[in-house]
Ligand binder design. Sequence first.
Ligand SMILES: NC(=O)c1ccc[n+]([C@@H]2O[C@H](COP(=O)([O-])OP(=O)(O)OC[C@H]3O[C@@H](n4cnc5c(N)ncnc54)[C@H](OP(=O)(O)O)[C@@H]3O)[C@@H](O)[C@H]2O)c1
Length: 324
Amino acid sequence: MTKAIRYDKTGGPDVMKWVDVDVGEPGEGEVRLRQSACGLNYIDVYFRNGLYPQPLPAGLGMEAAGEVTAVGKGVSALKAGDRVAYVARPPGAYAQERVLRADQVIKLPDAISDEAAASIMLQGLTAQYLLRRTYRVKAGDTILIQAAAGGVGLLVCQWAKALGATVIGTVGSDEKAAIAKAHGCDHPVVYTREDFTARVREITNGAGVPVVYDSIGKDTYTKSLDCLAPLGMFVSFGNASGPLPPIDSSEFAGRGSLFFTRPTLFTYIAKRADYEANAAELFDVVASGKVKTSINQRYALEDVGLAHADLEARKTTGSTILIP
Ligand SMILES: NC(=O)c1ccc[n+]([C@@H]2O[C@H](COP(=O)([O-])OP(=O)(O)OC[C@H]3O[C@@H](n4cnc5c(N)ncnc54)[C@H](OP(=O)(O)O)[C@@H]3O)[C@@H](O)[C@H]2O)c1
């Protein structure tokens, strides 16, 4: 028996229970992992509170790192003792041990520790596709990232800076502004007291930005659209404040033939070749030091309720890991 988090009804952090589970032996094409660190992500909150429904009872958590302890029939690329990490569906990463398909995990290079991997598989691969594929950031671009001091936010700030962009980022407090600034955000905007649209227009001499990466959703939607230059791209990649209102396409025409996309990481890593290539690019940029991981909170996995409460109360910065 090992322990894992399960929930049988949606609701607040207290619906998550630390229970005994039997993960069993890996079947054909599967591996069993002993996990040493799990990542905490906002998507875990959406599953827990029911915004993203799934059949219950179920596990939670999308990413972790650890060691392969057994491989099933037909698995040749991995062996017991290999260090690996993953971001994978269905939720269930909040666990001491787990059985997964071998093609869902990635072998870790020596330069990436288990804890670093658990903090970047989801948030770092998200930063990768946002900056390198959804809208390919070029040197000289000025971009806007919402929640710049958050998990995805700090990775996006550093990576965009490394690509030669000027980064404008919104944050909820002066303390977060200082953290974002130390991670490559040229213009942190404390949007609880400053009008971020006016600041974007001022910084860009009225031109607006070619891309807004918005993970806040309901509260920032219209003002984010107002930051875009004609032909700009609105990237709606999250809903920390609640989902967007129904989309009115005339808003995109009126502001100058804007583009809208609602991307998800799992589309961008659906093919194994993309998953491997994107992870390799992420590990390289982290190993080079251009992008540093920011594990600013650690909790015992058993105390994940506290971790969720802190994330939702906007008390966290950077990434959070859970130790099983
Ligand atoms: N589509 C994808 O592929 C994908 C992948 C990864 C993450 N995401 C999304 O990206 C976002 C960031 O994820 P993360 O895990 O890195 O979280 P995070 O940014 O570390 O935490 C969320 C932050 O959002 C801000 N926020 C604004 N309004 C909020 C509200 N009403 N309630 C709570 N927070 C609010 C807070 O920062 P301030 O205090 O500075 O406002 C908070 O710290 C989430 O929306 C997540 O769903 C999407």
